[in-house]
Design a protein around this ligand. Structure first.
Ligand SMILES: [Zn+2]
Length: 277
């Protein structure tokens, strides 16, 4: 883990989403949790040096952000849509997928019980713990239920997967226009240090590159629609985006699948057949 500021630690080099924690004067607040159970237990041991976990904040509904919640005895806070999606998850399938991440995972998943959000918000919420302020702001885009989390006293924002820093962007259920709006909203906040959903820590200057890539994706699929391609043809034939960025850690080989899912979603979006999951 990397100590990013006085009281804030982040992990950007494990499989799954980035996560971090803040050590307050009244315990620890965790932001997202590891995808692999064995990583969650390592994190738990690390956090134990700093104090009890008071709260877990989740930034979005995908399993790489919340699977590890289950290994902590603390209430979870997230957008209401995150709770809804977690409760709808087929846990048998989810556990089977995560069990395949390594030889140590199956045993740790026995009796797995997801720790879903018990406190939820729609547009935003502010949490005060000790001397720290955690401002959660709904920022739809990558999914309809993203939240940015600003930690005022540390000058840091966890952006959720609305920012993929120098690794491939997943648009499998995205609303690209809402996403572009959320990137502008991120740019208007005071904090300058961003912990993206995936990739190394970055700054505001990366927002333009992320926005340009989303625009490029939209344009790419729109051109295929304009040429009369059906959705099925587009999914098979559009492969040019595959190598634009590397995939995130331990996702090597998944690029062709992600491209197909991105194209399918954007095709629906651009032809008026889209609705949020
Ligand atoms: Zn995600």
């Amino acid at each position: 883990m990397q100590q990013l500021t006085r009281n804030l630690f982040v992990e950007t080099r494990m499989r799954g989403a980035n996560h971090g924690f803040v050590v307050t004067t009244e315990g620890v607040v965790l932001i997202d949790t590891p995808h692999k159970p064995s990583d969650a237990l390592k994190l738990k041991a690390e956090i134990a040096k700093h104090g009890p976990v008071r709260y877990i904040l989740n930034t979005e509904p995908h399993g790489d952000h919340w699977t590890g919640n289950a290994y902590f005895d603390a209430p979870v806070i997230a957008h209401a849509g995150v709770r809804k999606r977690m409760l709808e998850t087929n846990m048998e399938e989810h556990v089977a997928r995560v069990a395949a991440f390594g030889p140590n995972e199956p045993a740790l998943l026995e009796g797995y019980h997801a720790n879903a959000p018990v406190l939820t918000f729609e547009s935003g919420m502010t949490l005060h713990v000790g001397n720290h302020t955690f401002e959660m702001i709904h920022m739809p885009g990558h999914t309809a239920y993203q939240a940015a989390i600003c930690i005022k006293e540390e000058g840091v924002i966890f952006t959720s997967d609305n920012v993929f820093h120098k690794c491939h962007t997943w648009l499998q259920e995205a609303d690209p226009d809402a996403w572009l709006g959320s990137l502008q909203a991120l740019g208007r906040l005071d904090e300058e240090v961003f912990v993206p959903g995936h990739g190394e820590v970055c700054g505001k200057s990366y927002l333009d590159e992320q926005a340009a890539f989303i625009e490029e994706w939209k344009h790419y699929v729109q051109c295929a629609i304009d040429r009369g391609m059906t959705k099925e043809e587009a999914i098979v034939r559009l492969t040019a985006m595959t190598d634009r960025y590397p995939m995130d850690i331990e996702q090597e080989g998944m690029a062709p699948l992600v491209m197909k899912r991105n194209i399918a979603n954007l095709y629906d979006y651009l032809t008026g057949n889209w609705k949020p999951l």
